[in-house]
Every structure is written in C-alpha cells, then in structure tokens.
Design a binder for this molecule. Structure first.
Ligand code: 5GP
Length: 179
C-alpha cells in the first residue's frame, strides 16, 4: 500500500484501497461472472471515463467468451418539463437478445444508472446486470441493484484507479480518499 498521501488541485488525498486489494477483489468478481455467464457470450458495456481501468482488469480475468463495448453518458437539458436527459454515446452493439453486464466505476446516488438502465431495457436485452467497483450506500437516493460489487465505501470522495478529481488522478494505481 502506498503510504504517501497525494495532492491533487491543492487537496489532500490519503491511501484507502491498495492495488493488491483491488486486484484480488476483481479476480474474485471475474471468477463469479465467468461461472454465471458460461456459454452465454455476454456483452460487457463499460461506462467511460471512470470505468476504463476497472473494465480492463475485470475483462482480462474472465475465462469465458465475452464481448466488450465502451460508452459515454452525456446529459443535456431537455425541456423544462423533462429536465435532464441522459443519452449513451458510442453504443454500436445490438443488445437485442444479449446478456448485458454494465461495468461502472462507482454507484454514488444511483441517479445516473436509474435513468440509463431503463433505456437499455427498451432495447430488448435477454438480461441486464450491473458490475460496480465501488458504491457508497450512505449516498444512495435512487434504488439500484448492484449484482457484482467489489467494495462498499463510506460517503467520502475518492480518486485513483480510473477515477478523477477534476480531470486528474486517474493514473493512480491505488484508490485514495479525500483526507
Ligand atoms: P451517481 O449518479 O450514482 O450519483 O454518480 C455516479 C458517477 O458520479 C460516477 O460514475 C462517478 O463518475 C461520479 N462519482 C461519484 N462519486 C465519486 C467519487 O467519490 N469520486 C469520483 N472521482 N467520482 C465520483
């Protein structure tokens, strides 16, 4: 475990989850997913930017036939009555009839996925499950089922391992917590 805190944009972050802890949890998750999806040829959909590192490490550990695609979620203001609308950019795969596993870095309030998952349901997948690296149960305002989870964490801002603080910190191998 790195014993040094890091400074990002003038804020202090302290080591929270080590590279070894993260890798071990991901390996366990990959073993379970590989068992659950044997012969189902699942399609993994990783949500950019934050999930890129988690998606890469998880995907490498799978021992089954599987595909992966990457999307970005963009929100734009709809009319006053509809408020913010979320759209997926880059979903080129046809998910109709497919077993889909969403790969997300962190489920915080659950708002993002509670708006996006129903949109995917409309496209007729055989199933949709969610694999998340982190969740903050205390922050949850929208109920979301996380089917595969590495860590439940306290309601503190984290960076590293793909997660950023205002653009920086994604390259850190460990996860750091705001000190
Ligand atoms: P939600 O819609 O669940 O509230 O938010 C999900 C998104 O918020 C995540 O995909 C992530 O991009 C961002 N987010 C939430 N908490 C954190 C955090 O502690 N650190 C970072 N870097 N991003 C976070």
């Amino acid at each position: 475990m790195a014993d040094q805190s890091v400074q990002i944009h003038g804020k202090n972050f302290v080591p929270y989850l080590s590279e070894t802890e993260i890798k071990e949890k991901i390996k366990e998750m990959a073993t379970i997913i590989s068992r659950d999806y044997a012969d189902k040829k699942p399609l993994f959909i990783a949500i950019l930017n934050g999930a890129f590192m988690f998606a890469s490490d998880l995907f490498k550990e799978l021992t089954i036939e599987a595909e992966i695609s990457f999307i970005k979620l963009a929100s734009y203001s709809g009319t006053k009555s509809t408020g913010k609308v979320l759209t997926a950019i880059g979903l080129d795969a046809d998910i109709n009839g497919r077993h889909v596993v969403i790969i997300e870095d962190i489920v915080d309030t659950g708002k993002t996925l509670s708006s996006f998952l129903p949109q995917l349901e409309h496209q007729g997948p055989a199933s949709i499950k969610l694999a998340a690296l982190l969740t903050k149960p205390e922050a949850k305002t929208h109920p979301i089922d996380i089917n595969y989870l590495c860590f439940s964490i306290p309601n503190k801002f984290v960076v590293g391992y793909g997660l950023d603080y205002d653009g920086l910190g994604r390259n850190l191998k460990e996860i750091y917590q705001l000190g």
